[in-house]
Design a protein around this ligand. Structure first.
Ligand code: HEC
Length: 136
């Protein structure tokens, strides 16, 4: 009986050790994935291929530049690389989603669709791409 118990507890210890290892590997993979877009995924070429930067510029000039050209209410200034390095690590999808829905960040309040509810998700995506393209 005691031997069976020993064998069982040994199993449990081994299992939990294995479980932990798998978890750690998974965490490492996730971090790597999150850091990738800035290094490899987000390039000027990829942005030009996947978004309409011309249309993005129009949207930017009409709706976004009032904050993002000057940094009013602490908005990250377009064309300032340092202001965007950490942000681009999130990847385009996340940045676009946050711009569509709006969010309260550490530096300030980004209004949903820059405050223009008439913009489509696609228009906001193009504007984000235009802004990022000018800031990397
Ligand atoms: C009223 C001012 C204002 C306007 C207008 C505005 N923004 Fe912002 N935006 C902000 C602020 C402030 C932040 C920083 C929030 C933070 O991270 O603390 C921000 C952050 C962002 C970010 C970075 C998101 C991230 O995940 O780090 C993007 C992209 C963005 N805005 C896109 C846009 C687009 C596109 C428009 C126009 C459609 C727009 N903004 C209009 C104030 C504004």
């Amino acid at each position: 009986m005691a031997r069976l118990f020993m064998a069982l507890s040994l199993c449990v210890v081994m299992l939990s050790a294995c479980g932990k290892k798998a978890e750690e590997t998974h965490e490492a993979a996730k971090t790597e994935e999150a850091a990738k877009p800035a290094e490899a995924g987000i390039t000027k070429e990829a942005l030009a291929a996947n978004y309409n930067l011309e249309k993005g510029k129009e949207v930017y000039e009409a709706t976004c530049q009032m904050c993002h050209n000057t940094g009013i209410s602490n908005a990250p200034v377009v064309g300032t690389k340092d202001a965007w390095t950490e942000r681009t690590k999130q990847g385009m999808e996340t940045m676009i989603k946050k711009s569509i829905e709006g969010y309260q960040g550490e530096s300030g309040q980004m209004p949903a669709k820059g405050g223009n509810a008439e913009l489509t998700d696609e228009q906001v995506g193009n504007a984000v791409a235009y802004m990022v393209e000018a800031s990397i």
